[in-house]
Design a protein around this ligand. Structure first.
Ligand code: FAD
Length: 497
């Protein structure tokens, strides 16, 4: 492989983007210590598309270029294609233990979903179909990294968008020109924005037709002039030996500030249509191809936490206690539940518009909702098992501690592991339960799929409730009929369905 190809992703970020960290604009993202580990990880993942051993799992051959492109762009024709997409997501997520989630395979799946249904949106914007087809092919063939940002800033959530007193509280178009529209406002949170190429932007709240200036859907290049990418504090560590997760997998979260950004017409997908952007947002919220990816990644991460918890319990002999076995059993129940839902979604899938096979929505939605609670519970269990061991870690490595090393080896060892292995295990555990990276992940798993209060309520909203009530009504009718005839009633389960 040539150096040019190898460094294609890193080089592509030297594009004039405006990334802010600690009050300063970053000049060279690739060489910045807070990003170098994460970027190297992403680069390695994309390199798989050029590796003869892995490209057939991660990718498929583009009908346009003959080059391997990512499976997230595959339009699934049957169950086999869904499994093939799952294998690609699994391979990628295992490389980061599910810790990195916005590697573009989620957002690329959203784009594939829009591409499949592109004709449905022409009633809101006649250009949608053509622009989506062009963008889908460009993103797929140029290996563009995509992310999403849907929410307006958390200024006053008690007010609807139309009630906000500051006109810039809601992203809006302030000017139209021959080249495109000029946009002002902000969006949160855009994970991966500092090193992605494009971001999908649309309103989150339902707008009224009088809010035409905000009723737009764009896919914005992240190097657009006037677009400021404001990073949170970095959680990246420079010490890979001590903090292997933080050193390699700190995917950055950012707020996007649009300080009068020109968005070219070819990137404006829906224009001045409140109903159009509402349907586009709904499509994103219900996009089963993207949800399928998130559930694969969730399973990988839960497997990782369960693996760490098991190894830690065994390393200190805590696995001999019944309550620890019960807690580990709970973690394995989480894994089997999510895996069962994933498989159910695949085999209960159905043909969509005749030629596309999509996974079933309900099992994926259930898995995503469970994930918002499972991950925090898994971390709680990990804390209960490792206990004080996460804090008694020596700040100096066991092997390198000169004269005190023999004593460290003696007192930091475990029931069946030496001090070096046990310390390394607990270091990873600490990164999950106690580090800034770990806290970010607890918050991420609770919220990345939306506010869980509203996502569970959405499950109520969309659930097929009639069959649940049918049997009950039958039972109640049966009781009143029997009462009239003074006969004993049947059990609910013995009534004919
Ligand atoms: C680490 C991390 C990474 C993320 N990455 C991305 C990303 O890449 N792209 C992206 O688009 N989003 C991302 N998100 C954002 C995520 O979608 C939101 O956090 C989530 O939708 C909740 O919105 P919010 O944070 O604005 O909370 P808010 O909506 O402000 O909620 C705050 C509190 O108020 C309550 N509340 C507010 N409004 C209502 C209401 N109308 N009805 C009922 N209760 C209400 C909520 O229940 C909650 O308790 C990320 C979030 C996190 C934490």
């Amino acid at each position: 492989m040539t150096d040019k190809k190898r460094n294609g992703f890193i080089e592509s970020l030297k594009d004039g983007r405006s990334v802010w960290m600690d009050g300063e604009k970053i000049n060279n993202l690739a060489e910045h210590p807070d990003f170098s580990g994460t970027l190297a990880t992403i680069n390695r993942l994309w390199e798989m598309l050029d590796s003869p051993k892995e490209q057939k799992i991660v990718g498929f051959v583009s009908p346009k270029t003959g080059q391997y492109v990512h499976q997230s762009f595959l339009v699934p024709a049957d169950l086999k294609d869904i499994i093939s997409r799952r294998e690609a997501f699994t391979l990628w997520s295992r490389k980061t233990f599910g810790v990195m989630s916005r590697l573009s395979d989620y957002a690329s799946s959203l784009i594939t979903g829009y591409f499949i249904d592109r004709d449905q949106f022409t009633k809101y914007d006649p250009s949608f179909s053509e622009k989506t087809e062009q963008y889908y092919e460009q993103a797929r063939d140029e290996r563009r990294i995509i992310t999403t940002a849907v929410l307006d800033p958390q200024i006053d959530r008690s007010k609807l968008s139309a009630e906000q007193t500051d006109p810039d509280a809601l992203l809006r178009v302030v000017r139209k020109t021959e080249e495109g529209v000029v946009v002002r406002g902000a969006k949160m949170i855009a994970t991966a924005a500092p090193y992605a190429h494009d971001v999908i932007i649309m309103p989150h709240q339902k707008l009224s037709e009088s809010q035409a200036d905000s009723a737009y859907m764009f896919i914005v290049p992240l190097n657009s002039k006037g677009l400021h990418i404001v990073c949170r504090e970095s959680f990246a560590s420079q010490d890979q030996e001590k903090h292997p997760l933080s050193a390699q997998f700190d995917e950055m979260d950012a707020v996007l500030i649009f300080d009068d950004v020109l968005i070219p017409w070819e990137r404006v997908f829906i224009k001045e249509s409140a109903e159009g952007v509402f349907q586009a947002q709904l499509h994103q919220q219900l996009n089963v191809l993207a949800h399928h990816q998130t559930v694969v990644r969730l399973l990988t991460k839960l497997q990782f936490v369960a693996g760490v918890a098991t190894a830690i319990a065994q390393s200190i002999g805590a696995d001999h206690y019944l309550h620890v076995q019960e807690k580990l059993g709970e973690l394995y129940t989480q894994l089997d539940s999510i895996e069962a839902l994933l498989i159910a979604s695949e085999i209960q899938g159905a043909f969509h518009r005749d030629s596309v096979y999509l996974p079933a929505r309900v099992p994926l939605q259930t898995a995503r909702n469970l994930g918002t609670r499972y991950y925090s519970r898994a971390i709680e269990i990990l804390k209960q098992i490792g206990a004080g061991g996460f804090i008694q870690l020596p700040s100096t490595p066991i092997e390198k501690s000169e004269t005190i090393s023999p004593l460290l080896k003696k007192y930091y060892k475990g029931a069946n592991v030496d001090a070096t292995t046990k310390t390394a295990l607990f270091q990873i555990g600490w990164e999950l339960v106690g580090s800034t990276l770990g806290s970010r992940h607890d918050l991420y798993e609770r919220f990345y799929t939306g506010d869980p209060v509203r996502t569970f309520a959405q499950q109520y909203d969309l659930y097929e409730k009639q069959p649940l009530k049918k049997k009950l009504h039958h039972f109640l009718e049966n009781i009143s009929e029997r009462k009239e005839k003074h006969e004993p009633s049947h059990s609910v389960y013995s009534t004919p369905s």
